[in-house]
Design a protein around this ligand. Sequence first.
Ligand code: 16G
Length: 245
Amino acid sequence: LRPGEWLSKKTGPLYAVLSRRIEKGIEQGLLLPGHSLPAEREIAELAELSRVTVRKAIQELVKKGVVEQRQGSGSFVREPASKVEQSLSHLTSFTEDMLARGLKTSSNWLEREIRHPSPDEILTLGLSASGHVACLHRLREANGQPMALERAVLPVDILPDPEEVKSSLYDILERNGNRPVRAVQKISAVNLEAPQAELLGVTPGIAGLSIQRISYLQSGRAIEYTKSLYRGDTYDFVAEMSFPR
Ligand code: 16G
């Protein structure tokens, strides 16, 4: 931590430089998960920085989930979060995925409305411009931790009352005999921008997954068009493949 090369090459505010330096040390294994960080005062002396700067740097690491603070005993390197895996061969819901891992789900509703479909939704769901869709926009959480931002759009005859969805959309669809049996999912890498990152509780710019799911009934009708943003640090998508014989 001695101010040498790393401080002279600084870009951005001092606290951010220090926080990156500490994070690098953790990545290099200089500090292991569970180990405590030196006291604020000690870091300040070593790095020849003010305690305010050190405190801000540590807060930055807490925000990123790299470090956790324990009341009265200081800051510790966090165990890397174990990721939730979603199989790409089974058409499951968020609630089912989390339940299978013993995690409790909750949703933070951002929007729930009936409106006209956008041109993109008209094409994807085979609707007319004068038709209506139910739109569900929510922040999905597992054990209180934000996991994904999800905007699901369904034709209104499939979901006439979006208020009916209290927790699981697929539960309601199943109850009404409209559970999708097939889906096409497209996954792309993104950097989470500030407003989304804030809702997901992560630092803007970190890696995320943008996922688009179109799901179909047995009849072949598309009934769900969902766009989601998942945190890259908490979710893995796993595909099982077999060699065609
Ligand atoms: C998953 C699906 C989403 C679906 C939701 C239903 C992905 C990428 N998306 O999040 O399309 O609407 O599950 O979950 O997997 P629910 O039944 O818990 O509301």
